[in-house]
Design a protein around this ligand. Structure first.
Ligand code: SAH
Length: 262
C-alpha cells in the first residue's frame, strides 16, 4: 500500500521517462510556490496514469511556471479494478464530495446521468475532474478516473457496453442484499458499474427497464433510505470488499508494485 510519507504527488498529462523535463501548469506552479512555499530543488512525485510514479525534482519555479526533472521510477503502473460509477447529479458540494470519495474508493470512471427525477440541471465536468485529480494525488492512486460526458438515461442505456454489469442500487426494497449479489456475481470477471439514482429516486419505468436487462443486478443497501451520495459510496465500498482490490493483502500488493526503496 502507498504509505503517503509526505511526498507531494502531482498528476500530469505528459509522458514520464528517465531524463524527461515536465512543465507544470500555471495553477500548479502557483500552488507549489505560494501555498506550499517550495523552491527549486524540492522533491516531488509525478504520475500520469500510464507510466507509474516517478521521483522528480523541481528544477525551476517562477511566477506561474515550473518545471520538474525526472529522476527515477518508484512504482510501476499496475492494473486497477475496472469499476464505473453512474450517478444522477446532486448539488455542488455533495457532487464534489462524491467525485473525491469515489476516487479514493478506486472507481475507474464517473458517469453523470440525468434520470427523470434528477433535480440538478447541469454538471461541471471540469470541476468533477479537478476533484478526482486532487483525491488521486492525495490517496496514492496511480490513475485518475475518467469523467464521461453527462448523458440522459436513454442515452446511457443506448451506449452501454454489453459486457459491463450494473450493480443497481434499488431503493424499492425489491433488490437482493448487496453482499449476496456480489457473492454470486462477484466472481464474474466482467467489468462492473455501480448505478445510483437521484434524491428523488429512480422513476418506476426506469427501474423496470433496468431490472429487465440481463447485465443488471438490482441490490438493496439495507432497510434505511440513504441519501444518493451515501448509497454510491456504500455500494462502491461493498464492491471493493467483495469483488475488488480490498480482497488482496496490502503488504503483498505494495512489495510487488514498489520498485526499489528510499
Ligand atoms: N426519494 C427516493 C429515495 C432516493 S435515494 C424515495 O423516497 O424512494 C437516492 C438513491 O440512492 C436511490 O435512487 C438509490 O439508487 C439509492 N438508495 C438509497 N437508499 C437505498 C437502499 N436502502 N438500497 C438501495 N439503494 C438505495
Amino acid at each position: 500500500m502507498w504509505d503517503g510519507r509526505g511526498d507531494i504527488r502531482l498528476f500530469v498529462e505528459q509522458a514520464l521517462a528517465v531524463g524527461a523535463a515536465v512543465g507544470l501548469s500555471p495553477e500548479r506552479a502557483h500552488y507549489l510556490r505560494s501555498v506550499l512555499r517550495l523552491s527549486a530543488g524540492a522533491p516531488v512525485h509525478l504520475f500520469n496514469g500510464r507510466d507509474g510514479e516517478w521521483q522528480a525534482r523541481l528544477e525551476a519555479l517562477g511566477k506561474g511556471w515550473a518545471s520538474c526533472a525526472l529522476e527515477r521510477q518508484v512504482r510501476a503502473q499496475a492494473a486497477e479494478p475496472d469499476l464505473w460509477l453512474a450517478f444522477a447529479p446532486i448539488k455542488r458540494a455533495r457532487i464534489d464530495f462524491v467525485a473525491q470519495k469515489a476516487t479514493e474508493l478506486g472507481v475507474s470512471a464517473l458517469w453523470p446521468v440525468f434520470t427523470r427525477l434528477t433535480a440538478v440541471g447541469r454538471v461541471n465536468v471540469a470541476r468533477l475532474r479537478a476533484n478526482a485529480i486532487e483525491a488521486a494525488e492525495q490517496c496514492g492512486r496511480l490513475s485518475v478516473p475518467e469523467v464521461f460526458a453527462p448523458a440522459d438515461f436513454a442515452e446511457l442505456l443506448a451506449g452501454w457496453p454489453a459486457e459491463r454489469r450494473i450493480l443497481l442500487c434499488d431503493e424499492s426494497g425489491a433488490g437482493v442484499p448487496i453482499a449476496a449479489a456480489l457473492r454470486d456475481g462477484g466472481a464474474n470477471p466482467s467489468p462492473w458499474a455501480v448505478m445510483v439514482g437521484p434524491e428523488g429516486g429512480f422513476a418506476r419505468d426506469e427501474l423496470d427497464r433496468l431490472r429487465k436487462l440481463p447485465i443488471v443486478n438490482a441490490v438493496g443497501l439495507g432497510p434505511r433510505l440513504l441519501r444518493a451520495d451515501t448509497a454510491a459510496l456504500a455500494a462502491l465500498a461493498c464492491w471493493q470488499a467483495l469483488a475488488g482490490d480490498w480482497r488482496g493483502a496490502h503488504q503483498e500488493a505494495s512489495s510487488t508494485i514498489r520498485l526499489g526503496t528510499t
